[in-house]
Design a binder for this molecule. Structure first.
Ligand code: GL4
Length: 833
């Protein structure tokens, strides 16, 4: 029978069987060879970075061959493929993940060991590939992982940002941003493909021409041409059969344009143009759930869509020449939110202006090719571009959008809603107003054959509240695909101890058949298993405690309850609700040092968009309250608060395995799905959450005994808002709320600077408490009391934690991908020999 697994080293027996036969010695030799040949150094001179690079190169030696083989096979079999268009791919680190997926973690560990190196330290050398903001970008990364794992022909298209999401530091508690330079010393995972460079037009004007037969032709005379250079990053499926690619476009000045200016004697001017061209892929916009509305952003969107479509068309033509009749059979493009919606008119431009197809024929193709995922209902995130800007940057696309719109309004809306101008106004791609705007959401719905939301409740609201008229027009167009996360990264690789314990009790292929975890439910009350499971949780907490100490200097007790809220800082996610509840606990402890609660550590990780004032105020307030509480001897370490700086994928991988409680406390109706909620539950954290996004489905799967739900429902939120919500009512009715909010007025947490945190109070009272934190406070506080009780009962808690791991099978991103494949993409798997 299985021995105590907590102390056992990961064993090769639980690794995936890959078809890559490599011994420890061979792998070691490969690393050393790359140190010499690829890096031009040797064992004596090499620093950790060089060792990391050489290790990656050794992995690549196996992976690139597979990538080539995969592409060859897809080409030979002429497979239908999905093209995942996304402005964000939040990949994180790749070494550990790729080793996990090729099944060589153990081999690499031993090889490095023999070289006198520490595997984990070497892995820490890798900068995160942070080409995304949060959930939306990380979802794209999980999806390309699942697509490769399930052997589907797929390619991810995005931007090769020079600077990904900024790194965050705290300066006296305030967030400061520094540029992220992930490629400063090169990136061993990527390969430049100069043979597939594309040229992309921008600006200029459109000329109307007539041919001999009196037919109209539109000719776009661009004002600028930009070059798009592709970089390929291999995406290794688990088991390493399929290796797909992620193709990221970098912008450069086109030679063609340079030479013109250069020859005219304008060498320096040409340099200015270079800089402008390179600006396009310079930096990721750091906003999550808000629309930047800037010219450069529209250009980024167009740039990567146009490059990708040219790439897709080039590949299609290689197999099918000028016969467009098979295009929609071969190609499906998934729009990751509206960011790539410009791909729709671009495809029309290619078909009508370039391939000279008739409009109707082109539109028929287009409507079979695009599908659109909506990721948010927040009005501030729904993209709109001014017609004026469109006309300047993409004059031909504006014309095409007008044409799509007028045909849609006449042929479809007028037929379905004759004479109804108010419906027309709502469905039109163009929003009339003092400034005319192009609505990218409407364009996406009209141009796509399927539209999906990302969790059951969200998809319902997409139909009911966001696009009700479209839904009555095309009810079959709307569907749901609940998000998922890859269990390879988010359990197997980030939580090796728990993974090994699981593998002792469940078939070893659970990372691709996550439903098999349900077998653990039988062990949820088995005291031996409980002990082993909780021992691992404790060991993970000890590890995290070290990280906390290193990053913040704060010492925390690993036996305390670790309560974790990790996600972007946004008022709708309500970190402020968490904060005022912590302050209430602090106050209870001050009033009654024997107040009955387990020791608690509240842990935050979150970046605020640099221009989001209130989000930054909330970070500051949490840090200031943390300073005070952590150093207050009166409460005898019963309460600690830490805000870990620079939250990112690689930090999440250290936090998630150590969580006891997962904070999922957005106002109902605001969080489309959430995916951190899934990762935390999978690793055995108990959710304290609202009935929002995927929390609802998590609660359904885990069962109501194993989550703690609180707060208003979507319907109750609507009712309360329409009845006229007044936060002052809660302030006057609840002494604790009043006392906590009044605390912000004085200098208790900011000695010598009274009122420095008063913006928080103002936002919750004077500015109307947009996200109803005060309305949900009492219920949230009760939910935490329940958590306290449950946590103090060790057996009950262990059972709850285990049940969470056991029931998260649904939230495997493989299941999401299979949903997409069945309901939207209609793909076949392709075996790679
Ligand atoms: C988001 C949602 O806010 C988040 O709930 C969801 O899980 C994620 C992936 O579908 O998409 N939408 C935007 S915008 N950013 C997100 O993270």
């Amino acid at each position: 029978k299985a021995k105590s697994p907590a102390t056992k080293k990961p064993s090769a027996a639980t690794e995936v069987k890959s078809n890559l036969d490599v011994t420890v010695d061979e792998f070691q030799q490969s690393i050393v060879r790359h140190l010499h040949v690829s890096l031009g150094t040797d064992e004596n001179k090499a620093n950790s970075k060089a060792w990391w690079t050489a290790t990656c190169a050794a992995v690549n030696e196996l992976v690139f061959e597979r990538a080539t083989q995969t592409q060859k096979t897809h080409y030979k079999k002429d497979t239908r493929a999905v093209h995942y268009l996304s402005l964000e791919f939040l990949m994180g680190r790749l070494l550990k993940n790729n080793l996990t997926n090729v099944g060589l973690t153990e081999i690499a560990q031993q090889a490095l060991d023999k070289l006198g190196l520490d595997f984990h330290k070497i892995c820490e050398e890798e900068p995160d590939l942070a080409l995304g903001n949060g959930g939306l970008g990380r979802l794209a990364a999980c999806y390309v992982d699942s697509l490769a794992t399930l052997d589907f022909p797929a390619i991810g298209y995005g931007i090769h940002y020079e600077h990904g999401l900024f790194t965050q530091a705290f300066l006296e508690g305030r967030q400061v941003e520094r540029p992220d330079s992930w490629r400063e010393y090169g990136n061993p995972w990527e390969i430049c493909r100069p043979e597939s460079v594309q040229e992309i037009p921008l600006y200029g004007y459109v000329e109307t021409k007539y041919d001999d037969k009196g037919q109209i032709h539109k000719e776009w005379h661009p004002g600028r041409i930009i070059k798009g250079v592709p970089w390929d990053i291999p995406v290794v499926g688990y088991g390493a059969k399929t290796v797909n690619i992620l193709r990221l476009w970098e912008s450069r000045a086109s030679d063609f344009f340079n030479w013109d200016v250069f020859n005219a004697g304008g060498y320096l001017d040409a340099q200015v143009e270079n800089v402008q061209a390179e600006t396009i892929s310079k930096v990721l916009y750091p906003n999550d759930n808000t629309d930047a509305g800037k010219e450069l952003r529209l250009i980024q969107q167009y740039f990567f869509c146009a490059c990708s479509i040219k790439d897709i068309v080039r590949r299609y033509k290689r197999a099918h020449g000028d016969d467009w009749s098979k295009f929609a059979e071969q190609v499906v493009m998934q729009l990751n939110d509206t960011h790539p919606a410009i791909a729709i008119p671009e495809m029309m431009r290619i078909l009508v202006d370039r391939a000279e197809l008739k409009w109707d024929q082109a539109w028929t193709i287009c409507q079979k090719v695009f599908a659109y995922t909506n990721h948010t209902l927040l009005p501030e995130a729904l993209e709109k571009w001014s017609v004026r800007l469109f006309e300047k940057v993409l004059p031909r696309h504006l014309e095409i959008i007008y044409e799509i719109n007028s045909r849609f309004l006449e042929d479809v809306v007028e037929v379905a809603f004759p004479g109804d101008d108010s419906v027309k106004r709502k469905l039109s791609i163009i929003e009339e107003g003092h400034e005319k705007m192009v609505r990218m959401g409407n364009l996406s719905v009209i141009g796509s054959f399927k539209v999906n939301g990302v969790a059951e409740i969200h998809s319902k609201l997409v139909k009911k509240d966001l696009f009700p008229e479209f839904n009555s027009l095309w009810p079959d167009k709307f569907t749901n695909v609940t998000n998922g996360v890859t269990p390879r990264r988010w359990l197997k690789s980030c939580n090796p101890k728990l993974s090994n314990l699981i593998s002792e009790h469940v078939d070893a292929d659970w990372p691709v058949h996550l439903n098999k975890l349900s077998k653990l439910a039988d062990l949820a009350t088995d005291s031996k298993f409980q002990k082993a499971y909780m021992q691992i949780k404790l060991e993970n907490k000890i590890e995290l405690a070290k990280v906390i100490k290193e990053l913040t200097g704060v010492e925390v007790d690993p036996t305390a309850l670790f309560d974790i809220q990790i996600k972007r800082l946004h008022e709708y996610k309500r970190q402020q609700l968490n904060l005022i509840h912590i302050m209430a606990l602090y106050r209870r402890l001050l009033q009654n040092p024997d107040y009955d609660m387990p020791k608690r550590v509240f842990i935050f990780g979150a970046k605020a968009a640099p221009g989001y004032y209130m989000a930054k105020e909330i970070i500051y307030a949490i840090n200031k309250v943390a300073d005070k509480v952590n150093n207050d001897e009166r409460i005898k370490d019963k309460l600690k608060i830490v805000f870990l700086p620079n939250y990112r994928v690689s930090l999440a991988e250290k936090m998630i395995p150590a969580a006891d409680v997962s904070e999922q406390i957005s106002l109902a109706g605001k969080e489309a799905s959430g995916t951190g909620n899934m990762k935390l539950a999978l690793n055995g954290a108990v959710t304290i959450g609202t009935l929002d996004g995927a929390n609802i489905e998590i609660a359904e799967e885990a069962g109501e005994d194993n989550v703690v739900i609180f707060g208003l429902t979507v319907d109750e939120v609507k009712e309360l808002k329409s009845a006229g919500y007044n936060p002052w009512d809660y302030y006057y009715a609840n002494n604790e709320i009043k006392a906590v909010l009044d605390w912000f007025d004085c200098d208790y947490f900011t000695p010598g600077k009274p009122g420095e945190l008063a913006e928080i109070k103002r936002s919750l009272l004077d500015y109307g408490d947009t996200y109803l934190s005060l309305a949900d406070f009492a219920s949230y506080s009760e939910a935490h009391k329940k958590i306290d009780k449950l946590f103090q009962d060790e057996k009950t808690w262990a059972k709850m934690a285990i049940m969470n791991t056991a029931t998260m099978g649904k939230f495997n991103s493989d299941r999401s991908i299979l949903d997409y494949v069945q309901n939207i993409w209609n793909l076949d798997t392709c075996d790679i020999k």
